[in-house]
Design a protein around this ligand. Structure first.
Ligand code: ZN
Length: 377
C-alpha cells in the first residue's frame, strides 16, 4: 500500500518547523498577475460562438453629419478621402469650420480640393454677449460665413455650461440675446447642430454605481455634480428644449441623441412635439447597441429624424462598429471606446429603407448644397 505509506511519511515530516516555513513562503510569494490587474485593464475575450462578423464598409454611401477636422494639411486630407472611400463615406461634415478667415481657409483646404466630399459648418463667437448689438453682429457674421460656403451652424456645449456674458453670468441655451442668430439660421435655410449638456451620469455621484465611472476617472473635469457650479441636467435640457420650441422655423440637429439615448421614449416624445428637431448618433452608438429591441423600434418610428454621425474621425474601426450595430443582427460584440460603455453591442438589423434615411436621405433633406450625385436616387 504505497499510497498510505507516502501520506504517513508526509504527516510525519510536517512538524511545527515545516509548517512555519510553508507559511513564510506563502507570505513572501508575489500575488498572481490576475490579482494585481485593475478593472480598467480587464478586457475579456468572449468565448461565445455565434454567426456574424465585422462590417468594414457601409451598405450605402453615407454622410457623417458629426465630424471635426482642424487644420487642412493636404496630405492628411488626401489620406482621409482614401479612407472615406473604403468606408463608403460620401461626405464628411466638419462642424469645426470656424468663422471668417479661418472658415475660408478650412473650406479651401477641404471642399475646395474635393467638392462634395466635405461640408463645413460655421461657429459663433460668443465672447462679447451682453454688449449692445451682439446678437445682430453675430447673425451678420453667420450670414457672411454662409455666403463664404458654410452649410450649417454648430453650437458647442460651452453655451449652457461655461460661456459667461459681459456681466460674468452663465449664458443659458434659451437666452433671448441669441435669438437673432437662430432666426438668421432659419432664414438662411441651414441646420443648427447643437450640443448642450453631457451624459446624465456626469451629474450623478461619482461612485461605484455610476455608469460613466471610468470616463470620470480619466477626465475628472467632466464631473457636473457640483450644484454651485453647474445647473442640473434637467434644467440644462429644459433650456435647450425651450430654445427648440421658441424657434419653430429653424432646423435643429440635437447632437448625441440629445443625451436621451438611455431614455428613447422621452426622446421620442420630444421629437413628436417638435417637428423642427432632428438628432444624430455621434458618440452615443453604445446606447442603441445595448437595447437592440427598443433601439430598433425607435429607429423605425423616427427614421425620418435621425442622422448618422460619429463625432471623432479616430479610431476608424469605430465606424465598423456603427455599421455592425445599424445593419446586422449580430450579438454580443465589442464597442470601440471603453469609457463610453463597458457593455457589449447587439445589432439592430435596420431595413434598407431606414438605413438609407439615416445614412444619407435625412441629411439630403436638411443640409443644403450636398452633392446628390454621390448618393442613390
Ligand atoms: Zn462633436
Amino acid at each position: 500500500m504505497p499510497v498510505t505509506h507516502r501520506s504517513h511519511a508526509s504527516i510525519r515530516f510536517a512538524g511545527p518547523g515545516t509548517l512555519l516555513l510553508a507559511a513564510l513562503l506563502l507570505a513572501a510569494a508575489p500575488p498572481a498577475a490576475g490579482q494585481e490587474m485593475t478593472v480598467e485593464a480587464y478586457e475579456p475575450r468572449s468565448t461565445l460562438k455565434v454567426a456574424g462578423g465585422p462590417v468594414t464598409r457601409a451598405k450605402f454611401p453615407f454622410v457623417d453629419a458629426h465630424g471635426h477636422l482642424r487644420g487642412g494639411d493636404p496630405a492628411r486630407i488626401d489620406q482621409m478621402v482614401k479612407t472615406m472611400d473604403e468606408l463608403n463615406m460620401a461626405t464628411f461634415v466638419n462642424l469645426s469650420g470656424g468663422s471668417g478667415e479661418g472658415l475660408a481657409a478650412n473650406i479651401a483646404a477641404t471642399k475646395g480640393r474635393y467638392p462634395g466630399r466635405f461640408v463645413a459648418y460655421a461657429n459663433v463667437d460668443f465672447s462679447g454677449i451682453g454688449q449692445p448689438g451682439w446678437g445682430e453682429k453675430a447673425a451678420a457674421q453667420l450670414e457672411a460665413d454662409v455666403l463664404a460656403g458654410a452649410q450649417g451652424l454648430k453650437i458647442y456645449k460651452n453655451l449652457s455650461m461655461f460661456q459667461t456674458d459681459s456681466d460674468g453670468k452663465q449664458v443659458a441655451a434659451d437666452d433671448p440675446r441669441i435669438d437673432p442668430v437662430w432666426a438668421k439660421a432659419g432664414e438662411l435655410g441651414i441646420p443648427v447642430l447643437i450640443h448642450v449638456g453631457e451624459p446624465s451620469p456626469f451629474w450623478d455621484p461619482w461612485d461605484e454605481h455610476n455608469e460613466r465611472w471610468l470616463e470620470l476617472k480619466m477626465f475628472p473635469r467632466r464631473r457636473r455634480d457640483d450644484p454651485a457650479r453647474f445647473a442640473s441636467f434637467e434644467q440644462t435640457m429644459g433650456e435647450q428644449h425651450n430654445l427648440f420650441r421658441n424657434h419653430p422655423d429653424t432646423i435643429f440637429i440635437n447632437a448625441h441623441l440629445g443625451w436621451l439615448g438611455n431614455d428613447l421614449a422621452r426622446l421620442g416624445k420630444l421629437l413628436d412635439e417638435l417637428p423642427n428637431v432632428y438628432t444624430e448618433l455621434g458618440a452615443v452608438l453604445a446606447e442603441l447597441g445595448r437595447q437592440p429591441i427598443t433601439g430598433a423600434a425607435f429607429m423605425e418610428e423616427y427614421q425620418d429624424r435621425v442622422l448618422m454621425g460619429k463625432d471623432s474621425w479616430d479610431p476608424i474601426e469605430g465606424y465598423h462598429v456603427y455599421f455592425r450595430v445599424l445593419e446586422t443582427r449580430d450579438e454580443y460584440f465589442d464597442y470601440y471606446r471603453k469609457r463610453h460603455a463597458h457593455w457589449k453591442m447587439y445589432g439592430l438589423g435596420l431595413s434598407d429603407e431606414v438605413l438609407e434615411k439615416v445614412y444619407f436621405r435625412n441629411a439630403l433633406k436638411i443640409i443644403p448644397g450636398l452633392d446628390r450625385s454621390l448618393f442613390p436616387e
